[in-house]
Write a protein that binds this ligand. Structure first.
Ligand SMILES: Nc1ncnc2c1ncn2[C@@H]1O[C@H](COP(=O)(O)OP(=O)(O)OP(=O)(O)O)[C@@H](O)[C@H]1O
Ligand SMILES: [Mg+2]
Length: 197
């Protein structure tokens, strides 16, 4: 089992975290998926997390954005899309919430991002028309992924946001499948973004 603990202290904080691993006890059952925990002090911190994620994401990735209403899923997705566009030299564009359209697709020079908000769908049976199959050729950012039920991909990164005090949010990032091997790269990107333990 690998556990990563990161706390955002602001951009002045240095790279002081590491990857902690502990051997599983013989009777401990299946190993848990590795995870990172972050404290996001304000909207800008959520933006830095999003930019770090955008730096390591690649085609075929499925990033599930969990959290209650207003937790910051769209804010994170918006910053992710903006960072990805900037990295591709694409002109800045507005990133509307897909609350009513259910999905917004962006294409920055072959770099497709599919941003879903599934809050308003009744159930996974209603996702047929949304293009989830096509989204796997790009990067999928999915708000309210629990609506997908059995269609939720096994290989994915879960980002679970929750409320702290005021503007503070907590983020728990859990890797599933091949994402586990990519968490160290994400840790490095987070360090460069000013996160430290
Ligand atoms: N640290 C923070 N991270 C993200 N958003 C923050 C933070 N602090 C304050 N906010 C504010 O919280 C709100 C988050 O709204 P957002 O639409 O991103 O939530 P959501 O999780 O997508 O909600 P919904 O489930 O309705 O789609 C925004 O108004 C944003 O400015
Ligand atoms: Mg939203």
């Amino acid at each position: 089992m690998a556990a990563l603990g990161l706390v955002l202290k602001g951009s002045e904080a240095g790279p002081r975290f590491g990857i902690a691993t502990s051997p599983a006890a013989p009777d401990a059952g299946p190993p848990m998926d590795p995870a990172l925990t972050l404290s996001l002090t304000d909207l800008a911190a959520t933006g830095r997390l999003a930019a770090a994620l955008a730096g390591v994401a690649k085609r075929g990735d499925f990033i599930a954005l969990y959290g209650p209403l207003g937790a910051g899923k769209t804010a994170l997705a918006r910053a992710f899309i903006t960072a990805r566009a900037a990295a591709r030299g694409a002109p800045e564009e507005t990133v509307p919430s897909p609350t009513f359209t259910l999905v917004q697709v962006y294409d920055f020079g072959g770099d497709e991002i599919w941003h879903f908000d599934l809050f308003r769908i009744g159930g996974w049976e209603e996702t047929d028309e949304l293009g989830l199959d096509e989204a796997v050729h790009g990067i999928a950012l999915v708000e309210w992924p629990e609506r997908l039920g059995p269609l939720l991909p096994k290989d994915r990164l879960d980002v679970s946001l929750d409320y702290g005090e005021g503007e503070v949010r907590t983020a728990r990032i859990q890797a599933h499948g091949p994402w586990a091997a990519r968490l160290p790269a994400l840790s490095t990107a987070l360090t460069h973004a000013g996160f430290a333990s």
